[in-house]
Structure formats: C-alpha cells, structure tokens
Design a protein around this ligand. Structure first.
Ligand code: ADP
Ligand code: MG
Ligand code: ZN
Length: 481
C-alpha cells in the first residue's frame, strides 16, 4: 500500500523569532544575538537576577497582533502572561514567561486560519492559538549530544521574543506542511516581523498521526528546511508499523538532523508539572480599538493581496502569481526586474523556469543568486533586440549565475552573439549540404528533412545563427539558389 492510502494528520507548533525587533522581549538587550561572543548580550533581567523586573516590549505585541490579523485570528482585547516552571540550564530563572489558555491564562490570539492553494485545491489550515513567549538560551554539546563530557551554555538568546503558532491537525501530508510553512514564511517576511532565513528563526514541533492512531510529537526541529524531512520520516515510520499490523504508541520523539531520523525520547514533564500560574511581574495587557485599528492600518500588503495585484496589474495567471508570492524575495525580484524590462509575462516565465532551476540546483535563496534583476533585465533586452537567441539566453544565464559576470561580458567572452551574416550562414549551409547528400535528396519531398538540414546549420554555429536566416538560406539552396 502506498503512503497516500493512509489518512495522515499533522498539527504544527511553530516557533517564530521576533528577530526584526531591536531588543529582547522584556529587557533592553539586543534581539540580534548571532555572532556575538557567548554571554555578552545579557543583563540582570534576561539572566533573572534577584530584584530585576521584566518590562514588556510594546513593539513585540504590535508584531504579534499583525501576525494574528494576517492569520485571520480573533485577537484578545485583554491578555496576560504566565510562568511555565521548569529546571533546565537554558533558563537561569527556572521558569519561562509564556502564555497559556488554561490556568487562568489568555493568549494574544486564537481561532484563525491560513489559506493556500495546493494542487489546485484551496486549503485552509486552522490556527488554534498564537502566544508570545521568550526564547531560552542555547546549550552547546561540543562533541555532540550524548557524547560530550560537558555542556556549554550561552544566554545571548535568552529572552528574545518568540511567537508560538499552533495549528489544528489539518495538514494532510508532508507536502501540504511544506506549502503551509512556505506561505507562513512569506506572510512573516511581508509583515517584516521575522527574517526567516536567519539560523533558528523558525523552529517547530510536529504532531503526526496516521489512520487515527496515537499522535507522536516530534520535538527539536530546528529550521524550516527540516520540518518537512522530519514529518516525512515520521509518516513513513508510522505507516510501516501499521502495515506490519502493529500500533503506534503515544510518545515524544526527537528529530536528529544529522541522522535524518526521529528517535524516542523519555516522556518529558506532564502539563501539571510545569505549575503554570499567572506572571505577577507583568500587568495584564489591554488593547483599545483605536490602537488596534492603527496597527491594522499600518500593515503592509500581504501575499494574497499581492498575488491578486500581480494578476490585475501585470496580467499574470493566478497560478503564476501565487508561485511568485509564496517567496517574498522572489516576488520582489519579479517586480524589480519588471521595472527594468517591462514585459511581465516574459519575466515571470524566466523566473519560474530558469531562475528557479538555478535556485534548486545551487540550493540557495534568490538574494544569494548572482543573476540580479539588473542582469536578468539586461539579458532579456539582448534577446529582444536579437543580439542573442532565447536558447543562448539560457546558457548566458547559467554562466552569469556561475561567474557573477554581467550578461554582456559573458556573451562577448564566449562569443555568443547571434550571427545574421547571410554569406557566412550560406557557407555553413553549403558545408551541411555536402556532408548530408541523402538528407538533401529527401528534402525535396520531405519537410522533416528540411528541418533536419536547418538544425544542422544551427548546430554547426552552436545555436548562434539567426534561425530565420538559416531557414531562408537552406530553402534557397534547395531551390537551386
Ligand atoms: P499539547 O498541549 O499536549 O501539546 P494539544 O492538544 O495542544 O496538545 O495539541 C498540540 C498539537 O497537536 C496541535 O498542533 C494539534 O493540532 C496537534 N494534534 C492534536 N491531535 C492530533 C492528531 N490526532 N494527530 C496529529 N496532530 C494532532
Ligand atoms: Mg505542545
Ligand atoms: Zn537582557
């Protein structure tokens, strides 16, 4: 039986770092902690020293509200924070300030959805809740988890703002989870609340069940790229157990990136062990309607609206527009190129074929590609003016991507300019005729043979001959001219 014969249910708990803020969630330390010497981006508040008091970052709340609105959630007009108590070296306070819908807690938002198209199917994944919480510090096992004799701890990240976005178990396949994450990333990038390409910016726990069996919670997925891999592995593992006549046990597993597999981990604390209670040091947050409306009004264009505009303004097909806006970088790249070369459909075609191929082959993001919008536009101009053919253009693009040189330089260096010189093409054609007497004989009756001869002329000029001239010259020679 194929995997698709099984009913798969996936629910995600996605952690999004609010890494576009200047400061952490409750103190003045920098939100951007990457690349700093260990334990230099800390203060009494994020270290939880006695007597220090947290102050809520107002902009973090604004960012959370924007995300909640973009995900069609109901936003709580009044909400609080809770303490989640646990002992672990990544949090010096021995509790994490978080939100929670039980134990007298109210999260910032709940009951939303995120929509996307998958295989021409309109999908809506329900969002159960969004909560604001602080990131813990980072533990480093110098010789790998399990084999290190000691652990290093770095609190630079401790206290950075996070959003936890919890979905209902509406995702029906790993592929759907992939599109969901892409769409979520695009929304976050458009809102400007998260640079999702930064290390650790998006982490997740994935809950997976197959055929209504027990759900397994896969923890420790540390980047958006790993989420789909972890889910694929877990679906396959559970499917195999079920097909062998067994049943899946309810457990927590860890995603081990280096091995590409999930492994069983000791059941962690039960909910009641966290002894959640309302955070006494942070007052209840109340939002008034005017303040909310001001935040909504300040929100930038979101992917769905942008796709609609691409259809109306540039005449793109809805499918193509949706592919572009699924990646904010790609949509920006498209509009930048169209500003320089005003044929949107041609630009969209090139991006969806050759540019995406380069990104896949090189496993890079669009902003890392050496073919800038300026270079793509320059090359498209060269095709339009007939300096190079479309086919040569594809080669030029690959060269530009590999070398970073401007298209014009690539064309000159490789001698790729189109040949429109009739006399030259006639000499090549005569050579082709001498080498292919049978084809020449056939060509008097057979159109296929004519095309073959033209093809040989193109081949001998490495695609540089002007196809129209080649066509004309071959026909003239066949007619004895
Ligand atoms: P907990 O609080 O123990 O983590 P929740 O009920 O809050 O459990 O659910 C956590 C996640 O598990 C949610 O994302 C939810 O969608 C998902 N989930 C719940 N039931 C299932 C299921 N049967 N299969 C897969 N995922 C599930
Ligand atoms: Mg959970
Ligand atoms: Zn601090």
């Amino acid at each position: 039986m194929a995997e698709s014969d099984h009913r798969v249910m996936i629910g995600l708990e996605v952690h999004v770092q609010l890494n576009r803020l200047n400061t952490k969630l409750f103190c003045g330390c920098r939100a951007e902690y990457q690349g700093l010497p260990p334990n230099t981006n800390v203060c009494p508040v994020c270290l939880g020293l006695p007597g220090s008091l947290p102050v809520l970052n107002k902009l973090a709340v604004n960012h959370a509200i924007m995300v909640a609105k973009a995900l069609n959630c109901t936003i709580s007009r009044s909400f609080n924070f809770v303490r989640k108590n646990y002992f672990y070296p990544d949090m010096t306070k021995n509790f994490q300030i978080s939100q929670y819908e039980k134990a007298g807690g109210v999260p910032v938002a709940h009951s939303g959805w995120l929509g996307f198209a998958n295989d021409s199917l309109e999908r809506r994944i329900r969002i159960r809740r969004i909560q604001i919480e602080e990131d813990p510090g980072r533990l480093e096992h110098p010789e790998g988890i399990g084999s290190s004799k000691y652990v290093l701890v770095d609190y630079n990240r401790a206290g950075v703002g996070l959003l936890e976005i919890v979905t209902e178990p509406d995702l029906a396949s790993p592929d759907e989870a992939r599109v969901f994450i892409q769409k979520l990333r695009s929304v976050l990038e458009h809102l400007g609340v998260c640079d999702t390409s930064r290390e650790g910016a998006i982490r997740a726990d994935a809950n997976v069940s197959v055929d209504g069996g027990n759900r397994v919670e896969v923890k420790n997925i540390s980047s958006y790229k790993e989420i789909v891999k972890a889910i694929e592995f877990e679906v396959l593992r559970q499917t195999k157990i079920i097909e062998a006549g067994g049943s899946v046990s309810r457990e927590t597993r860890h995603w081990v990136e280096a091995k590409g597999m999930t492994i069983s981990s000791r059941q962690k604390e039960e909910e009641q062990d966290y002894r959640y209670f309302p955070e006494p040091d942070i007052p209840v947050v109340s939002l008034d309607e005017d303040a909310l409306q001001r935040i909504f009004d300040s929100m930038p264009e979101l992917p769905d609206a942008r796709a609609k505009r691409f259809v109306e303004q540039y005449g793109l097909k809805s499918y193509d527009a949706n592919v572009l806006v699924l990646d904010k970088g790609l949509a920006d790249y498209f509009e930048e190129t169209v500003r320089l070369y005003t044929n949107p459909k041609t630009v969209a075609n090139w991006i969806q074929s050759e540019i995406l191929r380069q990104l896949n082959e090189k496993k890079i993001e669009i902003n890392q590609l050496a073919v800038t919008p300026g270079y793509l536009a320059e090359m498209l101009h060269m095709i339009e003016t007939g300096e190079i053919s479309g086919k040569i253009g594809k080669r030029v693009l690959v060269e530009v991507a590999n070398t970073g040189l401007p298209p014009r330089v690539v064309v000159e260096r490789l001698g790729l300019t189109r040949i429109a010189d009739v006399e030259f093409i006639r000499r090549v054609a005569e050579e082709v005729f001498r080498e292919n007497p049978d084809a020449v004989e056939d060509a008097k009756r057979d159109q296929e043979a004519v095309n073959y001869l033209i093809g040989q002329v193109m081949k001998k000029t490495r695609g540089r001959a002007d196809p129209e001239v080649a066509n004309k010259v071959v026909r003239q020679l066949l007619n004895g001219g």
